[in-house]
Ligand binder design. Structure first.
Ligand code: NDP
Length: 275
């Protein structure tokens, strides 16, 4: 018989099998009303979670939340909040905790880009991109961590970074896609994730990043056809992803099956970074 503690633990986990049941979870998703964020909202609602969708300005966000709630028979509510505003973000998270909580997980997903050659970029563009992609993620993760540390609860945070944290996308051979603030903001948020994971592990809070390759959303729909075609050819799986294809990894990271996963960046990119 195996008398080692780790041996017994492995046996207990294995006997539970692999199920995803979020009926005791409440997840906040920033930018959860459209694109990849909406796919996350659907996936966690489907798994039984109560869902708080944070949006910035889309007028239909409340209707989106209401429809999801009806479809999956769970509570889904939309909250207007600009995540670049620290105070508003803290207040909104406290409100959600009272309304739908206790909050158990966060997907810090809201992100924006400015596509321009570097020589045309301005300070205003910098603040627009970094204000959401880095400061907005920091404000969201800090607001969630504060809720949990007070209650001695170890929640799970997933940050949507990007494969752009590692590479500069090419439009055509030797011609970069000009969004250096976006690319560098994703590099920043990926290392921010590792720092938060290191600092908050002591509280039992796990922090990971999911880094998509190209995904068909409003963010990519403005790209020229020739650019889209060139990009698709550079992806081993030969196509852009659909938003729902990001959800398996996110759900896993939010679940108790990921109890030993923190500080990791997981690329869901159709093999793009192989090259
Ligand atoms: P979309 O442009 O489709 O949606 C962006 C979402 O973020 C919207 O819900 C928007 O709300 C919300 N948002 C933007 N700014 C703020 C803010 N200041 N406060 C609160 N919410 C805000 O984006 P995607 O779904 O394409 O991207 C989602 C994430 O995935 C982003 O972080 C993006 O960088 C990343 N990503 C996307 C890729 C892609 O190919 N699409 C590839 C790699 C990473 P509202 O509707 O109210 O404006």
């Amino acid at each position: 018989t195996d008398t080692k503690p780790h041996g017994r633990m492995q046996h207990t986990m294995a006997s539970k099998g692999f199920t995803i049941d979020f009926s005791n979870k409440c997840i906040i998703i920033t930018g959860g009303n459209r694109g990849i964020g909406y796919a996350y909202s659907r996936a966690v609602a489907h798994a039984g979670a109560r869902v708080a969708i944070i949006y910035r300005s889309s007028k239909d966000a409340h209707e989106v939340a209401e429809n999801l709630g009806k479809e999956f028979g769970v509570q889904v509510k939309a909250y207007q909040c600009d995540v670049s505003d620290a105070q508003k973000t803290t207040e909104t998270f406290s409100l959600i905790d009272k309304d739908l909580g206790p909050v158990t997980g966060l997907i810090a997903n809201a992100g924006v880009s400015v596509v321009k050659p570097a020589l045309e970029l301005t300070s205003r563009d910098f603040h627009k991109v970094y204000g959401v992609n880095v400061l907005g993620v920091f404000n969201s993760t800090k607001a969630a961590a504060k809720l949990w540390i007070d209650k001695k609860y170890g929640g799970s945070i997933v940050i949507t970074s990007s494969m752009s944290s590692r590479i500069i996308n090419q439009v055509a051979p030797n011609k970069p896609l000009t969004q250096v603030f976006y690319n560098s903001s994703k590099g920043a948020v990926s290392i921010l994730m590792k720092g938060l994971a290191a600092e908050w592990a002591t509280y039992g809070i796990r922090v990971n990043a999911l880094s998509p390759g190209y995904v068909n959303t409003d963010q990519t729909s403005g790209m020229e056809t020739s650019v889209l075609e060139h990009q698709a050819k550079t992806i081993p799986l030969g196509r852009f992803a659909e938003p729902y294809e990001m959800t398996g990894q996110a759900v896993l990271l939010l679940s108790d099956h990921a109890s030993y996963m923190t500080g990791g960046e997981y690329f869901v990119d159709g093999g793009h970074l192989i090259w």
